[in-house]
Design a protein around this ligand. Structure first.
Ligand code: NDP
Length: 601
C-alpha cells in the first residue's frame, strides 16, 4: 500500500481553467529574454566564489605513474564504484577529486541547516557494509559527509587517492591500451580504465546581476560557506552575524534550508525571492534505537528497492518510507520516467494528474496561510505552478521564519530578479537594501560534467574527440561507454534512467561498471568497448521509449528543469524508468556481457 495522494474526486468543483490562467500569468512575469544566459560562472574574476574554504591545498610532485583504474570524482558515484571494484578484487584503484576530500556534493555544501531531503535509510549508500544506521530520518549534511569518508576508509580508497586535482585531458594510447591522463597539477599519468563520476550539479553559479562586482561587503556562495566570517558550524550559532545585516539571494532547496538559520542569528535578514518553492512537511526525527536494533541483514537493499519502486510508479505491497516523495510519485512522472497506468487513456490520465497536482499545490498554499501571520507576506510565499515544475522542498522551520521581526521578504518577481547591486547593498526596482553580507543560494550549472562541457577533452581511438562524436547527441551503450573510447565509463544521467534517489541510481551504475571491468579482466580482454550497432540499438530504444515531457515543461515557471523557460530538448531517459532499466542491465550482464569484451583486434 502506498501513501495516498490527494483525492481527485473532491476536486471536481475546482476552477481548473482559472488555475491554469494564474499559473500562466505567474510564469510569464518571470520569463527573461536572456534565459539560461542570465547566470555567470563562478570562474575567472568570480573564481573566488568556487575556491575550497575547507581544506588547504597541499603541494605535491606531478604524477607520472600507471594505475589500473582511475575514478574521477569522489562523491557517492565514485565511492560506490571504488567500493564495488575492491569487492570485485581490483586492487590498483586511484580516486581523484577537485575537492580536498571525499563527499562530492556533501563535501562542498556545508551550509547551516543542510540536510538530505531523501530519507537517510535509503539515501546513504552501503550502510550495512559500513555497519551504521543513520542517526536521523533525514540526515544532516555533516553526517552524510562523514559517511562518505567512512565508505572510503572501509574500502581503503584513501590509498593512492589524489585531491584538489582536476583532469584536463584524456588521450587513448593505442600502443599500450591505456589512457594518458593530464591534470591541472601537471600530472601525466596512465590508467588502463577511467571512470568519470563528476556530478551533474557541481559548479556553483551566480546571477548576472549588474554591479555584482562592485559590492564592497562580504559575499560567498552557499556551497562554499564561510564559517570564518559567520562563526559557528553546521549545528552551532552563527555568532559572527549577530551585528550584521545579511542578504540571502535564492529560495530554492538550498535557500529553504539555510534561511531559518541565518534568520536565527543575524541582526537582520533580507530574503530576496524570485520564485517561491513549494514547502511541504519535513517531520524529521531521530532514528528509534529499538527499530535500528531490530533491522536484519538485507534491510537497506529492501528499503532502497521499495522506495525506488514506489517513486517509479511500480506496484508494491507496502510503502516502507511513507513520506513526501512516495506520496507524490504520480506527479513525478511529469519530469522523471517510470511506469504509468496504461489502463486509462492519455487524456484521462492527464486530467487526473492535473487534479491531483492541484490538490497537492492547494495543500502547500494552505500551509503558507496557516503558518505565516502577515497576509501580504503569505501571499508572496505561495507557489503558483505545478508540483514538479521546481524541485519540491520540505521544511517545518522555513515558513515560520517569516514571522520573525528581523526578517524581511523582498519579492523580485516583477523585476526578473535583483535589479542591481551597489557598493553597499542590493537594489530591487528603485529600493536599495543596505547589507553587510550577500549570500548566494543561487544553485549550480546543470549537467556540466567535464566530459560534456569540454573542459575534460577526451581523445579516443584514432584521435577522435568524444564531444565531436557526440555532436548530434550522446552515443552510448546504456549511458556508460562509447564505441571508439575503450575502457572509459561514465556515471550520470545520460541515456539511462533517473530517480529522485539519485544515489540509488549511481549504486546500480557502479555495480554494473565494476562487473564489466571484473569480467574484462577475468577474460583477459585487451579492452572493453561496445559495438557501434549495440550503441545504435540503444539510441533507438531510448528514442522509442523516452517520455515526452516537453508540453509539461513548456507551461512551467522558469527554472533549471526547463532551461529557464526555453523548454526541454527531448528526453534522453529510458522510458520505463529505473526499476525496468536495472532489470534490463541484470539480464544483459547474464547473457550479453561478452559482446563488449574485446579480447584481440
Ligand atoms: P536552485 O537553482 O534550485 O535555486 C536558485 C535560486 O536562486 C532560485 O530561487 C532562483 O530563483 C534564485 N535566483 C537566481 N537568480 C536570481 C536573481 N537574479 N535574483 C533573485 N533570485 C535569483 O538552487 P539550489 O541550490 O537551491 O538547489 C539546487 C539543487 O540542489 C536542487 O534542485 C536539488 O536538486 C539539490 N539540493 C538538494 C537538497 C537535498 O536535500 N537533497 C538540498 C539542497 C539542494 P528562480 O526560482 O526564480 O529562478
Amino acid at each position: 500500500m502506498t501513501t495516498s495522494p490527494p483525492e481527485p474526486a473532491t476536486l471536481e468543483e475546482l476552477d481548473v481553467e482559472a488555475m491554469r490562467a494564474k499559473y500562466a500569468a505567474e510564469r510569464d512575469r518571470r520569463i527573461r529574454p536572456d534565459g539560461a544566459t542570465q547566470y555567470r560562472r563562478a570562474a575567472g574574476s568570480f573564481g573566488y566564489y568556487a575556491k575550497d574554504p575547507y581544506t588547504p591545498r597541499v603541494e605535491r610532485e606531478p604524477l607520472t605513474d600507471s594505475v589500473e583504474v582511475l575514478v574521477v570524482g569522489g562523491g557517492f558515484g565514485g565511492l560506490l564504484t571504488g567500493a564495488r571494484l575492491r569487492q570485485a578484487g581490483v586492487e590498483n584503484v586511484r580516486m581523484m577529486d577537485e575537492a580536498g576530500d571525499f563527499g562530492g556534493t556533501w563535501y562542498w555544501n556545508r551550509y547551516p541547516g543542510i540536510h538530505c531531503d531523501i530519507q537517510s535509510y535509503v539515501y546513504l549508500p552501503l550502510l550495512e557494509e559500513v555497519g551504521s544506521v543513520p542517526e536521523w530520518r533525514y540526515a544532516p549534511g555533516e553526517e552524510i559527509r562523514r559517511h562518505a569518508v567512512a565508505i572510503a576508509r572501509t574500502f581503503d580508497l584513501y590509498r593512492d587517492a589524489v585531491f584538489h586535482t582536476r583532469v584536463t585531458a584524456l588521450d587513448w594510447d593505442e600502443t599500450t591500451a591505456e589512457w594518458v591522463v593530464r591534470t591541472g597539477r601537471g600530472d601525466r599519468m596512465r590508467a588502463r580504465f577511467v571512470i568519470t563520476s563528476s556530478g551533474t550539479l557541481s559548479e556553483p553559479k551566480l546571477p548576472g546581476i549588474p554591479g555584482i562586482e562592485t559590492f564592497r561587503g562580504h559575499t560567498f556562495h552557499t556551497s562554499r560557506w564561510d564559517y570564518g566570517y559567520t562563526g559557528g558550524d553546521q549545528f552551532g550559532r552563527l555568532t559572527g552575524l549577530a551585528d550584521k545585516k545579511v542578504a540571502v539571494v535564492g529560495t530554492g532547496a538550498t535557500g529553504v534550508q539555510v534561511i531559518p538559520f541565518v534568520a536565527r542569528d543575524a541582526e537582520h535578514l533580507f530574503v530576496f525571492q524570485r520564485t517561491p518553492s513549494s514547502v511541504d512537511v519535513r517531520d524529521n526525527r531521530p532514528t528509534d534505537p529499538e527499530w535500528a536494533a531490530s533491522l536484519r541483514p538485507g534491510w537497506q537493499r529492501e528499503r532502497m528497492d521499495n522506495f525506488l519502486a514506489v517513486v517509479s510508479g511500480e506496484p508494491v505491497e507496502e510503502d516502507l518510507t511513507q513520506d513526501g516523495w512516495t506520496s507524490t510519485a504520480q506527479l513525478q512522472r511529469k519530469v522523471i520516467s517510470g511506469a504509468v497506468d496504461t489502463s486509462v487513456s492519455d487524456e484521462e490520465r492527464e486530467r487526473t494528474d492535473e487534479l491531483v497536482d492541484l490538490a497537492k499545490m492547494n495543500e502547500i498554499r494552505a500551509r503558507v496561510d496557516e503558518v505565516v501571520t502577515d497576509p501580504a507576506t503569505a501571499e508572496l510565499l505561495k507557489p503558483w505552478y505545478r508540483y514538479m515544475c521546481k524541485r519540491p522542498t520540505f521544511s517545518d522551520v522555513y515558513l515560520p521564519t517569516f514571522n520573525r521581526p528581523n526578517v524581511t521578504l523582498v519579492d523580485t518577481a516583477d523585476f526578473g530578479g535583483i535589479t542591481r547591486m551597489t557598493e553597499t547593498g542590493v537594489v530591487v526596482g528603485d529600493v536599495e537594501h543596505e547589507v553587510d553580507c550577500v549570500i548566494f543560494a543561487t544553485g549550480f550549472e546543470v549537467g556540466v560534467s567535464g566530459v560534456l562541457s569540454g573542459t575534460m577533452p577526451v581523445r579516443g581511438k584514432g584521435g577522435q574527440m568524444l564531444l565531436e562524436s557526440w555532436a548530434r547527441g550522446p552515443r552510448t551503450l546504456h549511458g556508460f561507454y562509447s564505441h571508439g573510447f575503450p575502457n572509459l565509463f561514465h556515471l550520470g544521467a545520460v541515456q539511462n534512467a533517473n530517480s529522485v534517489n539519485f544515489v540509488h541510481v549511481l549504486q546500480e551504475q557502479a555495480e554494473h561498471i565494476a562487473t564489466v571491468i571484473a569480467e574484462g579482466r577475468a577474460a583477459g580482454a585487451r579492452y572493453v568497448e561496445p559495438t557501434e550497432s549495440a550503441q545504435a540499438d540503444w539510441a533507438r530504444t531510448i528514442q522509442e521509449t523516452a517520455h515526452d515531457h516537453s508540453a509539461f515543461q513548456a507551461e512551467c515557471t522558469p527554472g533549471y528543469y526547463n532551461r529557464e523557460g526555453a523548454g526541454v530538448g527531448g528526453s534522453f531517459s529510458y522510458g520505463p524508468g529505473p526499476v525496468a532499466f536495472h532489470r534490463l542491465l541484470r539480464e544483459w550482464r547474464a547473457k550479453d556481457i561478452g559482446d563488449v569484451l574485446v579480447v584481440d583486434e
